[in-house]
Design a protein around this ligand. Sequence first.
Ligand code: ADP
Ligand code: ZN
Ligand code: MG
Length: 473
Amino acid sequence: MTTQFEPVIGLEIHLQLKTKSKLFCACPSGMPDEAAPNSAVCPVCTAQPGSLPVLNKGAVELAVKAALALNLNINKVSIFDRKNYFYPDLPKGYQITQLFKPISDNGYLEINGRKIAIARAHMEEDAGKSVHRADATLIDLNRAGTPLLEIVTEPQINGADEAYNFLTRLKSNMQWVNASNCDMEKGELRVDVNISLRPAGTTTLGTKVEIKNLNSFKAVRDAINIEIGRQTDMLNNGEKIKQETLLFNKETGATVPMRSKEDAVDYRYFPDPDLKPLLLDDKWLEDMKNLRPEMPEAREARFIKDFALPQYDAGVLTSRREISEYFEEVLKTGAQPKSAANWILTDLLGALNAAKKDIEQSPVKAAALGKIINFCDNGKISRAQAKKVFEAAWQTGKEPETLIKEMGLEQVSDAGQLETWAKEAIAENPKMAADVRSGNAKAVGALIGSVMKKSKGKANPGLLNEIFNKLLG
Ligand code: ADP
Ligand code: ZN
Ligand code: MG
């Protein structure tokens, strides 16, 4: 008989905080990979003797913003520790991190109604980078000292999909508060996955395996599924899981051992004597809490409740803070919420996607889109014409009312003009008119069509319908 196993997953996430300068010096942070090696370094981040670290207040601010967006408790006092190990890209021989007293702990994110506990989020500095060449290994310290926030979840995630959804929510919240760009390709968000199995329904944790080197959420999901399969087979064969670190190979889908944790390095942690404990000012912390924006979950719920939007629409509109703000700007023009949502979800996001632009770079601003929506909903222009105006506004940046004039699109709603056209159409199409008269209501569509042609698409079809019914009724 085979046992049913359930996966238990904990994530460790490194987030690059979006500061201008590094964590303990004034060097620029977040230099692109193409930047000249060692062009953003100074005595501090290259560990010259006698240099001293000075904590970057901006990094603390972003760490606190990020932590609040993960529902973490902020610790008024936190302490920087030295984590000692030898590696060529670590010039000091230690990394400054926070082990014993992190800046924040005890948070959570809610994923489909389940609260996933976050144990802690602490500040630390990034290491440099080794560049391997055939003849030598070179060191680039541009990245050394970059501020990171390490976020550690409790072992509570129950599978690959939940891990994927957790990371998606985390990324969206971090971008929402502008703490990080979270671009995984640039290493701004890195994920290590810890996985163990246990007999379904039991509570004792099994031996975990850690997987590193996952460079997309999809890779995280794939690696978890593969690892669950591997561990299930081993346990069913009566084998023991070895605690180890694996590297995931995206191409082959295989995991290969990196190092065994049995002989884990002793990091000899101790408080960094060069840095005083970080003490957060009460008033400052209170301000930070008050500045915490409405988060995506709450905004989504509000959009559903206040504007009667479908869950799907509200979800897309709150997938990025800028999109939700754009939507609310459009509403300020008096546009109907559902119309605004439709236009943003289909026309605007479609165009932005095709042009590979973010909504902040949209050539059609919220006020202009609001006008187009109102002209369309009030019958000044038809939906098809509104689309043309939108495209023209996208190309030229001109105001919708100007474009409507220039393009001669204004819908004709003048009863006299419409009646003249209708009478002409009846005279030109006696058979159609007779059909309508004899009770074939559908035949009126053909008459409306003939007026649309005559008017080059400008006639108001709703009013025409009424006029034909009156004339032929
Ligand atoms: P370590 O000391 O090996 O770094 P931690 O207790 O600090 O382990 O946990 C590191 C990460 O591993 C956390 O995200 C935690 O949730 C996860 N984790 C710990 N134990 C297990 C386990 N048995 N199965 C799955 N994940 C685990
Ligand atoms: Zn520096
Ligand atoms: Mg750990």
